[in-house]
Write a protein that binds this ligand. Sequence first.
Ligand SMILES: NC(=O)c1ccc[n+]([C@@H]2O[C@H](COP(=O)([O-])OP(=O)(O)OC[C@H]3O[C@@H](n4cnc5c(N)ncnc54)[C@H](O)[C@@H]3O)[C@@H](O)[C@H]2O)c1
Length: 267
Amino acid sequence: MKSIRVVVHGALGRMGREVINALCHEPEMQIVGAVDLKAAEDYLPLPDDSGTVPVSSNLDYILTTCQPDVLVDFTTAKAIMLAVLTATKHNVNLVIGTTGLTADELSEIDRLAIEHKVGAVVAPNFSLGAVLMMHLAKVAAKYLDYAEIIELHHHQKTDSPSGTALSTAKAMAAARGKPFYHLLPQEKRPGSRGEQVEGVTIHSIRLPGLLAHQEVILGGPGQTLIIRHDTISRECYMPGVILATKDVAKHKGLVYGLDTLLGLQEE
Ligand SMILES: NC(=O)c1ccc[n+]([C@@H]2O[C@H](COP(=O)([O-])OP(=O)(O)OC[C@H]3O[C@@H](n4cnc5c(N)ncnc54)[C@H](O)[C@@H]3O)[C@@H](O)[C@H]2O)c1
């Protein structure tokens, strides 16, 4: 079977390196090039010692030289639209893990991908466990009327609550068609009860030693249900990235979220 030719954009970053390492060990895939603003050499040694691939800060040059089927992007939101314009011009499918894209940018990615007859998977969370945690929380949301979320992240995370916690709360309320009940006593000390989103109280914990964790606690009379996901290392994102890289060419236009690829949205 013909292998899928992949270029990694943001190849020298934390996620880019993890992606190169994971895809190198996939028999159906071939890393053919790498792009990063920090590229200082012309060639990047592959971590499985199978050789080197061209690396450059110039995406257009690498796409012309390496002729990939898929561009996997883990860079920054600022870099995305130029990368999408360049990749679609070369008729290259896109797998985008970079977070912070606006609704307008997502529409433009869809338009460009359709125009150039390629697929574009954009997933703010490639961790299968985190996607399942959100899916299970949506299922439970229909049956229990109270919910709180505790999200725990490393101390360098600048935003709070996390994007995952916010979207979990919104998706849970959407699944039940109304906000959660919030019949709790008034805060005696402002801020002590966390932030309210659709009746779900979100508590944000930031500590050294943590990576990314989330606990959804639902409550009903005489019972609680806890759904918890722990990210132990960046490896957790790799099965999702591999799945998206294999499947992206089967689609035309934008596919948003790993749950769509996993078929969880129809359930
Ligand atoms: N979707 C997911 O599951 C998931 C998981 C983890 C991180 N992320 C997101 O992935 C992105 C990258 O995260 P990271 O931790 O690897 O960051 P990082 O800073 O370690 O790596 C980003 C890399 O992109 C490069 N880069 C930046 N702008 C560029 C440009 N214009 N052209 C080429 N290269 C460029 C940088 O030089 C850097 O090497 C972030 O948006 C992060 O939120 C998503």
